[in-house]
Ligand binder design. Structure first.
Ligand code: HSE
Length: 405
């Protein structure tokens, strides 16, 4: 029998407990041994819930119990998760987690510690909820030089953008709905300001390129400035608006960013709607590979945590090699990165167009019936720096969204 402790009995932690109980037999077959939940750690009590029988309030009970082999954490936040992860690995147990803050900040250190103990630090659930993406990057796409990752990595913002596009609903109402469905982070800024997607693209990029991509170096723009008017233009143009976490290598340079993008229906991520996530990975040998599925929510995320528990149970005395050095990858300034831009202007096309053409050159003009005294254009491909310089030459720039070139 392999004993597991689950840290946190919130949305994901209770899902992990539920999956381990519900699929006990099939999981035992896959592992070749029974997985027993010996402890669940939470500060709260849950009277009437069977979990009460294994509930503890003190982490030391878990870390000091030599019968516990694997600790699965689903608490989120840096502390006490970081302390618990270190103590778990130092005591010779394996640790798996859905906690992207922890992985993005301390991934290389905890991987190194696990390796020195012949144990494992696994984090499939930290990116893409239930979608297998960490293991494929680490174990399947190893023949390739990976050159680009583009992901819809946050279920909450994708849910919000999809609903705004489809129903014209207000941002606040849709956010509330996402929170009620258990998708959103406790602090909505983590989702809507792009911080969650930022940590996730940092983790994926670090695994893809083998060096540490520091999330604090990544340019991050959320969806709070996207309005129903932007969606009116997008509809007219046949485009959708998605929050992307993106990194790419161009020659020896590496760029990473989180920002809303307008994309057309040829883009495989165009139809990734609702709480679903999609991740497009480019390799020099394999070409494009797309990963798609439930990016948030109790059971999909629990499925990935339990998959890690199963992997650790199969490798109780073997470290699964993960290449993520603590050497920091220097990210390029975005000023040389090229995109098209969707730009909205105050004023009429007649009064403004010569000014706009002078600054931006050839552009495609878009107007929407009922939107008076404003219009938009889509520029040709230009660098961020060229865009900033051109935009500074025209009065009345209302907003801009990058368009995937
Ligand atoms: N708030 C996150 C999301 C949860 O919406 O994607 C999963 O990481």
């Amino acid at each position: 029998m392999i004993n597991v402790a689950v840290l946190g009995y919130g949305t994901v932690g209770s899902g992990v407990y539920e999956v381990l109980v519900k699929n006990k037999e099939s999981i035992a077959k896959r592992v070749g041994d029974e997985i027993n939940v010996k402890y669940v750690l939470d500060l709260r009590d849950f009277p009437g819930d069977p979990v009460q029988e294994v509930l503890v309030h003190d982490f030391d009970t878990i870390v000091n119990d030599p019968e516990v082999d694997i600790v699965a954490e689903a608490m989120g936040g840096l502390e006490p998760a970081y302390t618990f992860a270190k103590k778990t690995l130092e005591s010779g147990k394996s640790y798996c987690t859905s906690n992207k803050e922890l992985v993005a900040k301390y991934g290389p250190e905890l991987l190194e510690l696990a390796k020195s103990k012949g144990k494992n630090f696994l984090f499939e659930a930290s990116v893409g909820g239930g979608i297998p993406i960490i293991r494929p990057l680490n174990q399947s796409l190893t023949a390739d030089e990976l050159t680009e990752i583009t992901g819809i990595l946050n279920g909450t913002t994708n849910f919000i953008l999809s609903k705004m596009a489809k129903e014209g609903s207000s941002f606040d109402a849709v956010l509330k709905e996402a929170q009620n469905l258990g998708y959103a982070e406790r602090n909505p800024a983590a989702d809507v300001e792009g911080y969650d997607a930022c940590r996730k693209i940092a983790i994926l990029s670090s695994l893809a390129y083998g060096c540490h991509v520091d999330f604090e170096d990544i340019y991050t723009e959320g969806i709070t400035k996207i309005t129903d008017i932007d969606f009116k233009y997008a509809k007219k143009l046949g485009l959708s608006i998605k929050l992307f976490g993106k990194s790419k290598k161009v020659d020896d340079k590496c760029y990473a960013m989180v920002a809303p993008f307008m994309i057309d229906s040829d883009n495989p991520l165009y139809s990734v709607n609702g709480v679903l996530n999609g991740i497009l990975v480019k390799g020099d040998v394999i070409g494009d590979v797309m990963f798609y599925g439930a990016g948030a929510g109790k059971l999909p995320t629990a499925s990935a945590v339990v998959a890690d528990i199963v992997d650790e149970a199969k490798h109780l005395h073997t470290n699964i090699m993960t290449i993520w050095s603590n050497k920091k990858l220097a990210l390029e300034n975005l000023s040389t990165l090229k995109n098209k831009f969707f730009v909205r202007f105050d004023g009429s096309v007649d009064s403004k167009m010569s000014e706009v053409t002078k600054a931006f050159g050839d552009v495609k003009v878009v107007t929407v019936e009922g939107l008076d005294n404003e219009f938009a254009v889509i520029t040709e491909v230009m660098t961020e720096a060229e865009f900033e310089a051109a935009a500074a030459k025209v009065n009345g720039v209302k907003s801009r969204i990058r368009v995937e070139a």
